[in-house]
Design a protein around this ligand. Structure first.
Ligand code: GLU
Length: 427
């Protein structure tokens, strides 16, 4: 790894924003407004454990920017959560929502815990405690959470219930990713993985690649990775390796993904799946393949392994899996890197559909959700791809420029930028 490589996700996120502000020739004040979250809240959440003891968990929420609408973004439960990570993820939500043209700002939450060590009752108490502590800062027009790493529709249901009892009414638009029975949207669970595959299909079209003749590697087999693997498999690509925290499986002849999904339901993980050989994380990332989908955590592709990545397309289903240095190396090597803020934007896009359905109280069919999602993802991909080829800039740089020019415009007309205040004239 290069000695100077920046790995702190918040420094990375700020650097990307700064570059885009400079590339667009915007005033420094745009960066000044975007470099820090507007608000960052840390809470302590006491939980009575099953053994009768009380344990305090630390929870964060970063409200990065609400120029375009209520802050929006998931809540992550993970033992490695840090304030810097949560801030970075909230910046990426601001950029992602703006890129997709959604009426949202960006936010993100995190709780320092290992959900695998908690009983269902403890997990419920923690989820309710988090939302109780954050309730004054949240609301359908203020801040709208959603699932992220290790949180799911059940966690959202507890949080929705807790908030609704605090404010005294069912508040379906408070958060997204809820179970269907509580105002969730059809297609939401699959949305992130589905959106990733839409961007891959668009990329393949532009590159004249026939997906039926490709091989795919997926790092992560959670909600996002498993859906992406299944949809790539359905599209005819040979998925040759998948990986989870506790182990990976490789089969050069192609893995039977529907069977692996059943195996996972039965065993809790794909590690140990018999129809393939075990593979390490490092080996998996550098396998000979056409499409690589990192769908796990940050900093997986760095200057340490970027030279060895063999894929032609890297679709970032995770947030922040590639460092800027690795992005530069891969792009120079002719690899098309579909940046996270585009490749995984399907989740927040269907969250937006869910919120709209909640506010209207009128629900859409799965076909409506999927076709609208596909249309929005294809359009966003094409904008970014066309600008990338026309200007010879990295996909990520172009995506940040599109997002930040929208944000800057909103901040300008809101009167947040000094130039606007001095040039305002009544017409
Ligand atoms: N956690 C997802 C993300 O990182 C979804 C956020 C949302 O739906 O608000 O994009």
């Amino acid at each position: 790894m290069a000695a100077t490589e920046v790995l702190d996700p918040y420094e990375i996120a700020k650097g990307l924003v700064k570059d885009a502000v400079e590339n667009l020739g915007l005033d420094d004040s745009v960066y000044e407004l975007l470099k820090n979250p507007q608000k960052f809240v840390e809470v302590s959440i006491p939980v009575e454990m099953d053994d009768g003891s009380v344990q305090s968990f630390i929870g964060y929420r970063s409200f990065h920017n609400n120029a375009l609408g209520p802050t929006k973004g998931g809540i992550r439960f993970h033992p490695d959560v840090t304030p810097e990570e949560v801030k970075a993820l909230s910046v990426w939500m601001t950029i992602k929502s703006s890129l997709l043209g959604l009426p949202y700002g960006g936010g993100k939450g995190g709780v320092l815990c290992n959900p695998a060590d908690l009983s269902p009752r403890e997990l419920e108490a923690l989820s309710r405690g988090y939302i109780r502590a954050m309730a004054p800062h949240m609301g359908p027009y203020k801040d709208v959470p959603a699932p992220d790493v290790n949180t799911n529709p059940q966690v959202m249901a507890w949080m929705f219930d807790e908030y609704s009892s605090i404010v005294g009414e069912n508040t379906f638009g408070l958060l997204t990713g809820k179970p269907l029975i509580l105002g969730g949207s059809k297609g939401r669970v699959e949305a992130t993985g589905r959106g990733t595959v839409v961007t891959i299909k668009q990329a393949a079209n532009h590159l004249d690649m026939n997906l039926a003749e490709t091989t795919t590697v997926v790092q992560g087999f959670g909600n996002v990775g498993s859906v992406a693997a299944r949809l790539m498999h359905d599209a005819g690509s040979k998925v040759i390796a998948v990986m989870e925290v506790d182990g990976g499986v490789y089969n050069p002849e192609g893995l039977d993904i529907p069977k692996m999904l059943e195996y996972k339901v039965e065993h809790g993980s794909v590690a140990g799946y018999p129809d393939g050989e075990p593979i390490s994380n490092d080996e998996l990332l550098t396998l000979e393949c056409d499409i690589l989908i990192p769908a796990a955590l940050e900093n997986q592709i760095t200057s340490r392994n970027a030279h060895d990545i063999k894929a032609k397309i890297v679709a970032e289903a995770a947030n922040g899996p590639t460092t800027p240095e690795a992005d530069r190396i891969m792009t120079e090597r002719g690899i098309l890197v579909i940046p996270d803020i585009l490749a995984n934007a399907g989740g927040v896009t269907v969250s937006y559909f869910e919120w709209v359905q909640n506010l209207y109280g009128y629900y859409w069919t799965e076909e409506e959700v999927n076709s609208k999602l596909e249309q929005m993802m294809r359009q966003a991909f094409d904008w970014v791809y066309n600008m990338h080829t026309e200007r010879g800039m990295k996909m990520r740089d172009v995506a940040y420029m599109v997002a930040i020019s929208r944000l800057a415009e909103a901040m300008k007309v809101r009167g947040w930028l000094p130039a606007q205040r001095s040039t305002y004239r009544r017409s």
